[in-house]
Design a protein around this ligand. Structure first.
Ligand code: SAH
Length: 343
């Protein structure tokens, strides 16, 4: 048997160790080691050799390897291409802000949501990541860079709501005081608009920040660029967002990649304003990253669009782009690596 030990909660680990005849504190000891980034049980130096051997018989423990690493000369952003033991690769980005280091993690290998402008979805979804594999991105980014991570965003490759059980388990792991101890208020989760997932999060009432990738306020445009809109229409999506706000009291952040001639018209800004009425939303305008496979071009109306939102009382910011010199936008490094291998 080789259970995925890094996905286990402290309670599960304590129970498993209890079955092996170990006292409860041993669970806390092993849990802490796992979240400090060991790659083998032999590194757990305050645990007896015989227990380390028995753990090795029962559980598998490794970690992802650095397949590629790029460091931005401009702003210190670090991008990792991690390779898991099964050969699958995903990306993690470490961004250095004045308010702390933020790590952007992937939740799936690939994605099946099919957004027309996004590089991560071009090859479809290969598999979900386990909670442990999501945690490992934070743990090993921290270990490799020597920088302490204070914020996590689930905005890398994959749709978190399409792998929500594992994502919730991941949140429990990284939130744990014996683990990375990262507060919910320091975590953001981004979705393309999977309504049942938004409802489930609302019921749990977690204090994390929900980001919704809006990209168009009207159904026609949104269905054209985001197939998810055909299943969960933008009107119903805003309904779920209003409910989410009422239940949690948390302001939602709306991501909006500015695409030339597609979603950057004044009437679309006005429609965003109308849809947000009754809820304090924040619109984050993102300069579109050029993906060579996509026909879309970056908008030249970003500032006008921002002013139009702001003049009607909607907070809108333009995202500062980090790591421009290293393809730090998601999905691009994995794509390049796949092309090279002729996959
Ligand atoms: N699946 C989730 C999280 C991952 S994508 C989601 O859709 O929210 C993280 C963000 O990057 C999303 O807002 C996504 O729409 C955006 N994005 C994808 N491709 C982009 C591109 N080429 N330019 C700008 N933003 C992009």
């Amino acid at each position: 048997m080789s259970a995925d030990i890094r996905s286990m909660t402290l309670e599960e680990l304590t129970e498993a160790l209890g079955e092996m005849g170990e006292p409860a504190f041993r669970g806390r000891q092993v849990f802490a080691w796992l979240h400090r980034g060991v790659r083998s049980f032999d590194e757990m130096s305050d645990i007896s050799k015989s227990l380390r051997e028995r753990l090795g018989e029962r559980f598998s423990l490794s970690g992802p390897a650095v397949a590629r690493k790029q460091v931005s000369q401009a702003d210190g952003t670090v991008k990792y291409l991690w390779e898991f033991p099964d050969g699958n690769c995903i990306e993690t980005v470490l961004m250095r802000y004045r308010h702390g280091n933020t790590v952007c993690i992937s939740s799936q290998v690939g994605c099946r949501m099919g957004c027309a402008f996004c590089a991560s979805t071009l090859g479809g979804r290969v598999r979900d990541l386990t909670a442990g594999e999501m945690a490992e991105q934070v743990i090993f980014t921290q270990a490799d860079s020597g920088l302490e991570v204070s914020n996590i965003v689930l905005m890398g490759i994959g749709e978190p709501m399409d792998n929500l059980d594992n994502v919730l388990r991941f949140l429990e792991l990284v939130n744990h005081p014996q683990g990375l101890n990262i507060g919910m208020r320091h975590i953001s989760l981004s979705t393309c608009g999977v309504i049942p997932g938004i409802r489930r999060l609302a019921e749990l009432g977690l204090q994390l920040t929900l980001s919704v990738s809006l990209h168009a306020p009207d159904s026609e445009t949104r269905s054209r660029i985001m197939p998810v809109n055909r299943a969960y229409d933008v009107e119903a999506l805003f309904g779920a967002c209003h409910e989410y706000f009422q239940r949690t009291g948390r302001r939602i952040s709306f991501e909006y990649a500015m695409i030339d001639g597609v979603n950057d018209a004044d009437w679309q800004a006005d429609l965003i304003v109308r849809r947000l009425r009754g809820m304090p939303g924040h619109v984050n305008l993102i300069p579109l990253n050029d993906v060579s496979e996509s026909p879309f071009k970056p908008s030249r109306r970003t500032r006008q669009f921002q002013r139009r939102l702001e003049s009607q009382g909607v907070t809108a910011t333009v995202r500062r782009s980090l790591g421009g010199d290293i393809d730090a936008s998601c999905g691009q490094l994995r794509r390049k690596a796949m092309e090279k291998e002729g996959q």
